[in-house]
Design a protein around this ligand. Structure first.
Ligand code: FES
Length: 74
């Protein structure tokens, strides 16, 4: 059974401009991504109109929360 956090991550945007949900970013981190560039390559975030500012902040917060490491290039 999915936790409340997982359910919310499936509804919340990770990249508003490309319609990519937050859970895709979380999955990429859980699968071993250690930089914003890796997550961007795997999920498609970062190429929209925000220029990585909005989604970069989300990635940085998730790295801090999930892995306690600072992403490279975010
Ligand atoms: S939120 Fe879409 S590229 Fe950053």
């Amino acid at each position: 059974m999915a936790t409340e956090e997982e359910i919310l991550a499936r509804m919340k945007p990770g990249c508003i401009c490309r319609g990519i949900k937050l859970y895709r970013i979380i999955e990429a981190i859980e699968q071993g991504a250690t930089s914003f560039e890796q997550i961007a390559k795997e999920t498609g975030i970062g190429g929209g109109s925000c220029g990585s500012k909005r989604c970069g902040q989300k990635v940085a917060a998730l790295f801090k929360k999930k892995t306690a490491i600072t992403p490279e290039g975010a």
